[in-house]
Design a protein around this ligand. Structure first.
Ligand code: ZN
Length: 304
C-alpha cells in the first residue's frame, strides 16, 4: 500500500514514473519544511513542494474557513503525509510559512519597513482569506502607524524621526520606496517655479511703501534666497532628505524662521510676517495636494 509519502509516486505512475529513481522521487515528493514542522503536529499543510506539520486545533481556533475545510477532509481522508491528514493550500510556500509562523509566534517582531513588506503583505493576504481577524486587525494597525493614510499622521511619524538634535533621520525615504518618484520631483519643481521663484510680495507687505527700491524688494529677495537654498538641497549638497518633496516644501517655510548653528537668524531668508503667512498657506495647500496625489501616482486606489 502506498504511504502518503508516496502519493506523488501514485500521481506519476500512469506515465511510467514508477521507473523513477529514489533521487528523482525525492525531487518530486513534497519536502518537510525545515523550520515549521512539529513532531506532535497532527495536520500536514501542503503547498507547492513543501509541507508543514502543524496543529489542527490551533488553526481551527483562529480560522473558521480552515476549520470548515479540515472538517470536510476528515471524513474523506484522501491524502496523508507522514500519517497526517493533508490540507492543501494554493498559496505559495513562503506566504503560508509566514502566515503559520504569525499564528504560532505572533507578529510583534514585524517592522513594517521595506524589508518586511513582503512578509507583512503575505500575512495580511492570508489572514484576510482565512479570516484570522485579530491578525488582520493587528497588521492593519501596524501598517497605518508606519504608513499613515493622511498628511497629519504622516507628519507625526516624521516628527518621531527627528533626532534630539533636530536632524531628520528617515528610515524609509517616501519617494525612494514608491514608483511615483518622477511625479514627486516634477511636483516639487512646479512648486518652486509657481510659489517661490519671482514670488510677488503680499498686498499687506510691510516693505511695500518703502521709498528705497532695495528695501521694497526685501521679501522677494528672501524668497529668492529660499529658492536657492532648496535647489542646493535638491542637488544633494546639504541635506540627506533632498528627495522627499513633502519635506522640502515644508522646509521652504521653516527656513525662514530657523536659526543657524550659532543661534543667529538668517536675515536673508526672512520675509515679513504678511508675506510669510501667505507663503505658509501656499505651502500647506501644496503639501495637502501632494499627499492627495500620491495614490494616483503610485497606482493605488485612494479609496482602498
Ligand atoms: Zn513682505
Amino acid at each position: 500500500m502506498l504511504s502518503v509519502d508516496d502519493f506523488s509516486t501514485n500521481r506519476f505512475s500512469q506515465s511510467g514514473a514508477n521507473e523513477l529513481t529514489k533521487a528523482q522521487l525525492d525531487l518530486l515528493s513534497p519536502s518537510r519544511h525545515p523550520d515549521l514542522c512539529f513532531n506532535d503536529g497532527n495536520l500536514a499543510v501542503l503547498t507547492g513542494g513543501n509541507y508543514f506539520l502543524v496543529h489542527q486545533g490551533l488553526l481551527c481556533r483562529h480560522s473558521a474557513p480552515l476549520e470548515c475545510v479540515i472538517e470536510s477532509l476528515e471524513g474523506k481522508q484522501v491524502r496523508f503525509l507522514e500519517g497526517r491528514l493533508v490540507l492543501e493550500l494554493t498559496e505559495t510556500s513562503n506566504d503560508v510559512y509566514y502566515f503559520l509562523l504569525s499564528i504560532y509566534d505572533g507578529i510583534s517582531a514585524l517592522k513594517y519597513d521595506i524589508n518586511d513588506f513582503g512578509v507583512v503583505s503575505a500575512i495580511l493576504r492570508l489572514a484576510t482569506t482565512y479570516e484570522v481577524k485579530h491578525l488582520r486587525a493587528d497588521i492593519l494597525r501596524g501598517l497605518s502607524y508606519a504608513w499613515p493614510r493622511n498628511l497629519a499622521h504622516w507628519e507625526l511619524r516624521e516628527a518621531r524621526l527627528l533626532s534630539t538634535t533636530g536632524v531628520y533621520e528617515p528610515h524609509d525615504d517616501l519617494l525612494n520606496l514608491l514608483r511615483g518618484k518622477e511625479h514627486g520631483s516634477r511636483f516639487l519643481s512646479t512648486f518652486i517655479v509657481n510659489e517661490l521663484e519671482g514670488r510677488e510680495p503680499s498686498t499687506s507687505c510691510i516693505y511695500r511703501m518703502e521709498p528705497d527700491g532695495a528695501r521694497r524688494r526685501i521679501c522677494q529677495a528672501a524668497f529668492e534666497a529660499i529658492t536657492f537654498e532648496i535647489l542646493r538641497d535638491i542637488n544633494g549638497t546639504v541635506c540627506q532628505h533632498n528627495s522627499d518633496p513633502l519635506f522640502a516644501i515644508m522646509d521652504s517655510e521653516l527656513m525662514q524662521t530657523r536659526e543657524d548653528l550659532l543661534g543667529r537668524a538668517h536675515p536673508s531668508l526672512r520675509a515679513c510676517e504678511y508675506c510669510r503667512s501667505e507663503f505658509g498657506a501656499a505651502v500647506d495647500h501644496a503639501r495637502e495636494d501632494f499627499w492627495q496625489r500620491l495614490p494616483l501616482w503610485f497606482g493605488v486606489d485612494g479609496a482602498a
